[in-house]
Design a protein around this ligand. Structure first.
Ligand SMILES: N[C@@H](CCC(=O)N[C@@H](CS)C(=O)NCC(=O)O)C(=O)O
Length: 217
């Protein structure tokens, strides 16, 4: 049985796992579970009802993107995604947390309001929510990332880690919603994102998603 990843590809957390799987060269099948009213069977696998959930072998179900990638690191240690050094390891985990929490919350707003709400939930776009996300919530988060990456290619340890994957993932949703990162305000971050999204691992999923959302990403 090939490993199975469950979750709709537009989720930043599903994308994060897909990119990690690609970087490690692990084959898998994708079951695009949408996280609204999930089935009781899916909830047995992922008790919080969230996507993604990974099934590497019969009877083993691993929910949560961070947990899945930590598991993959144990089962496929080649092409490591976590730094060896303890301080760098802690730094990478914090950047992953930063991305998965505040950054996803801010960047997902235009995507949710312009695409998910009208197309999938029959709800109107809340323009005020988008304005607050773009003008109030996102700027300090982006400024901090821009300062942290500086002229470096990667956030931690001079090589690709979980931090880079987690940070670059939600920006794909941001771009699908028609937004761009202002390269004048955030030149380092814009350069980092352009390079990350050109990696074959990101490029493949972005192209697949672009076909779904019909926008240039
Ligand atoms: N910490 C989780 C977060 C996953 C998550 O929030 N996924 C969203 C989709 S992007 C979801 O399933 N939301 C449905 C819900 O919260 O019920 C992870 O890293 O996998």
């Amino acid at each position: 049985m090939a490993a199975l990843l469950q979750g709709a590809s537009a989720s930043p957390f599903v994308r994060k796992v897909r990119v990690a799987l690609a970087e490690k060269g692990i084959p898998y099948d994708l079951d695009p579970v949408v996280p609204f009213n999930v089935s009781p069977e899916y909830k047995k696998r992922s008790p919080l009802g969230k996507i993604p959930c990974f099934t590497p072998k019969d009877g083993v179900h691993i929910p949560d993107s961070s947990v899945i990638i930590a598991y993959l690191e144990r089962t496929h240690p080649a092409k490591p995604l976590y730094p060896e050094n303890a301080e760098e390891f802690a730094r990478a985990l914090f950047l992953e947390e930063y991305a998965d929490s505040a950054l996803v919350q801010a960047l997902a707003v235009p995507f949710f309001q312009r695409i998910i709400a009208p197309l999938f939930l029959n709800q109107k776009t809340d323009d005020a929510a988008i304005k607050t996300a773009l003008e109030v919530t996102a700027p300090p988060l982006l400024a901090w990332l821009d300062e942290q990456i500086g002229k470096k290619k990667f956030f931690v340890a001079d090589r690709l880690t979980i931090a880079d994957i987690a940070i670059a993932s939600p920006f794909v949703n941001f771009m699908h919603s028609g937004e761009t990162i202002d390269a004048k305000k955030y030149p380092n971050l814009a350069r980092f994102l352009a390079e990350m999204h050109e990696r074959p691992s990101f490029k493949a999923v972005i192209e697949e998603e672009r076909a779904l959302f019909g926008r240039a990403a």
